[in-house]
Design a protein around this ligand. Sequence first.
Ligand SMILES: Nc1ncnc2c1ncn2[C@@H]1O[C@H](COP(=O)(O)OP(=O)(O)OP(=O)(O)O)[C@@H](O)[C@H]1O
Ligand SMILES: [Mg+2]
Length: 340
Amino acid sequence: MIPSKQRVFEILKDVVYFPKGGNIVDLEMVKDVEVGENLIRFRLVLDDVDDEKNNMLFDTAKKFLNDAFGDVEIDIIPTEPVTMLSQVKHIIAVASGKGGVGKSTVAVNLAVALAMQGFKVGMIDADIYGPSVPIMFGVEGERPECYDKGGKTYMVPVQKYGIKLMSLGMMVDPSQPLIWRGPMATSALTQLMTETDWGEIDFLVVDMPPGTGDIQLCLAQNFKVSGSVIVTTPQKVAFADVRRAANMFKHKGVSVPILGLVENMAYFTPSDMPDKKYYIFGEGHGKEFAEELGIPFLADIPMDENIATSGDKGTPYTFNNMGPVTAAFEKLARKIIERF
Ligand SMILES: Nc1ncnc2c1ncn2[C@@H]1O[C@H](COP(=O)(O)OP(=O)(O)OP(=O)(O)O)[C@@H](O)[C@H]1O
Ligand SMILES: [Mg+2]
């Protein structure tokens, strides 16, 4: 006689998972139970599927099931837990120790360039003082919708130009006193990462706030960041702060791979003379600085007033413009794609 799934669950309720002090059924570790003439198969969700101690758990479950149903084959499939981030392939942090160098501009246009090359892209604005990303995408004031599943609440990102967007500014009130804002910001970032229903995403681009503080550490230490893009401007005054950011990512215990350096506002090209490049702050500073830091030089992005105006109007520049700026972001996107 084929046992009922309900009976299988009843038997498995006697199997205790000691690390969490409960039985494997109530801990929701048992999934997709299948029963056949001579077979009982199910998935067992384990935090560490490679842990040798799991074998004891498998043996206990098998013994209890065989005692109850006789000599049937028991097939237990160890399964990693599904988190909202498990369908996110790569997290890319866009950072710089320095404020105002164009992190948000680079992050947003990189996200658009990746999406234009056919990838599924998400973006997080991790700056509570933002909301630069929502402004640049023209979704300021919009809030994510929420839904409940399995007793938990999940957020659905706001979508624009095919990109899924979330912003810390949606979660934390920047007018809160500083002592609240700090811890709130890091827990809000964790929430944005883990309680957003991202779906399938190839690249999740994170626009970091300036500096090397709690938000940077929270992201680097708690999530598997595939790489960071460091943004600088050609002026040497920016370099000390940028160096600090690069060193933070290299630091043991943080160790986020640095994909390379982007030199923003590297030169100026007048729109009526697209072949001319004016290096207002000097040529090659970014390259030299990347060499000094021992990291790849990824791209130089020209200065163009339309980048600023299109950001203010809510359409990222690369979305509907051709020319040297868009070409520079396409090149940057290609380098990142090649890397992965
Ligand atoms: N390549 C560029 N050409 C012209 N203007 C630019 C360029 N890059 C950035 N800007 C402008 O410079 C200003 C600062 O850029 P942005 O907000 O991207 O910097 P940020 O590093 O994110 O700043 P913050 O540290 O405040 O987060 C904005 O007004 C933006 O439009
Ligand atoms: Mg910014």
